[in-house]
Design a binder for this molecule. Sequence first.
Ligand code: AP5
Ligand code: MG
Length: 221
Amino acid sequence: MNILITGAPGSGKGTMSRRIMDTFGITHISSGDLFRQYIKEDTEIGALARHYIDQGLLVPDDVTIEIVKERILCFNEDQGILLDGFPRTSIQAHAFYEIEKKINRPIDVVINLVVDKELLIRRITGRRMCPECSTIYNIYLNPPRVPGVCDNEGRTLFQRPDDTLDALSVRLNQYDIHTEPMLEYYRKRGIVKDIDGSLGVEPVWKEIKELLEKIDGNPRD
Ligand code: AP5
Ligand code: MG
């Protein structure tokens, strides 16, 4: 099963990807995580990506397509792929169509998480993450047991540098300009499933899990 998960910043792509990956044994490829890895490794691509990410702008299509393509092409196991946050422009969607054909892994479903903007602001400004296991928390909506500390690793949580109100308003604008129109391409293919992402983590997950079990034909406990 091959899946795209899309939605505005803070809609819950990362949170739901973790559960999909754990339950269905699918490999998660997040373009945002790939960029953050390049930044951490202090590479040339990392420096270029940081310039755009810190302002809330999208990284140029040619760079993004190249790094995701490289990651997908080196993936040759049997399990499916879950693409999180890529494609997010029409140019990327068309480029990905060629990659899909090349690797013979057609996308079964595009999960589109729909959340209104007021809630996205709370989700993004309240997000904290573990530097070790990347578990995602929210100080308002999904707090760790001990404030500021990861439940699993005991490490101090951090806030992403692009989770500021200024960067978020640019990110939301970029979403409206580039990603909403991109979705039309997949709507024409009839594979978009809109999910109400404004509900709590458990009800959103229940809906996604049921949807994927139908596609996969294999119910999980
Ligand atoms: P990326 O890392 O993909 O960021 P994003 O799209 O802005 O999305 P986020 O990761 O912020 O949110 P999410 O939907 O994963 O939500 P999460 O699950 O964490 O990209 C970062 C940047 O990289 C981009 O701005 C761009 O510059 C660049 N980039 C990446 N891909 C690119 C591409 N294809 N082309 C060009 N540039 C690209 O949840 C958020 C918070 O909400 C958490 O605190 C969580 O605990 C909470 N939460 C989640 N779900 C629920 C729920 N149901 N109920 C209650 N709380 C919830
Ligand atoms: Mg994410």
